[in-house]
Design a protein around this ligand. Structure first.
Ligand SMILES: [Zn+2]
Length: 219
């Protein structure tokens, strides 16, 4: 029996999908299969299991092109012959799918950010997380807790800064900056508060994150 070790939770979930969701989405899947995908939005989020873009934005099949990694980081453009997973996903979304929006989605209680600011000892000889998070810091830049800043506030500040840094790094990709400057694509920052399920959207001019709920209430 091949299925014996496959997680029961996933088998149960798939059964629910086929009986409840698939019947309503079957035509959509067939259409997507024939015509291919053409999502308008790319989301760059964290791997964190609590921060699923499809759940948060109530997205159906074919709507979001999602790239998740530790701490929702985008590296600086580096055409160095290396194997760059994030850059490949970005290239596909922007140059092939021609998405209209790229959203960098940060979140509260990010383990990647916490590992980074705690300067924890390498988790393994390879220390992939430490090496990965080091791309967050520019050469010569120092990331430190401010006087009178609680650890929680420090973490929140760096979680939000990771969104800004990714947005900054996105513009180092020639195909991204060309699309943005040509007016065919917009970049956005957002932040998800896990406990409340709250969403904050970045105002690029002030570099502040505004609650979507507050913005909606004031309309
Ligand atoms: Zn995270």
């Amino acid at each position: 029996m091949v299925m014996i070790t496959f997680p029961q939770r996933l088998l149960d979930g798939y059964r629910t999908f086929t009986t409840q969701r698939l019947p309503t989405e079957q035509n959509r899947y067939r259409e997507l299969s024939e015509r291919g995908q053409s999502p308008e939005v790319m989301v760059i989020g964290c791997c964190d299991s609590r921060v699923s873009p499809e759940v948060i934005f109530d997205a159906g099949p074919g709507e979001l092109f999602v790239m998740r990694n530790i701490a929702n980081l985008v590296p600086v453009y580096a055409p160095d012959g290396g194997t760059h997973g994030v850059s490949a996903a970005l290239e596909y979304a922007v140059s092939v799918l021609r998405v209209k929006h790229v959203v960098v989605l940060g979140h509260a209680q990010c383990g990647g950010i916490r590992a980074f600011i705690d300067k924890i000892a390498p988790l393994s000889p390879g220390d992939f997380i430490g090496k990965w998070m080091s791309m967050f810091v520019k050469p010569g830049e120092i990331v430190e807790q401010r006087d009178h800043e609680t650890m929680t506030d420090f973490a929140t500040r760096i979680e939000k800064a990771s969104v800004l840094r990714s947005l900054e790094n996105l513009m180092t990709f020639p195909f991204v900056s060309a699309a943005v400057e040509g007016g065919t694509m917009l970049l956005h920052g957002a932040y998800f508060g896990v406990a409340e399920g709250s969403l904050f959207v970045l105002d690029k001019a002030s570099k502040e994150f505004t609650s979507v709920r507050d913005a909606r209430d004031s309309e």
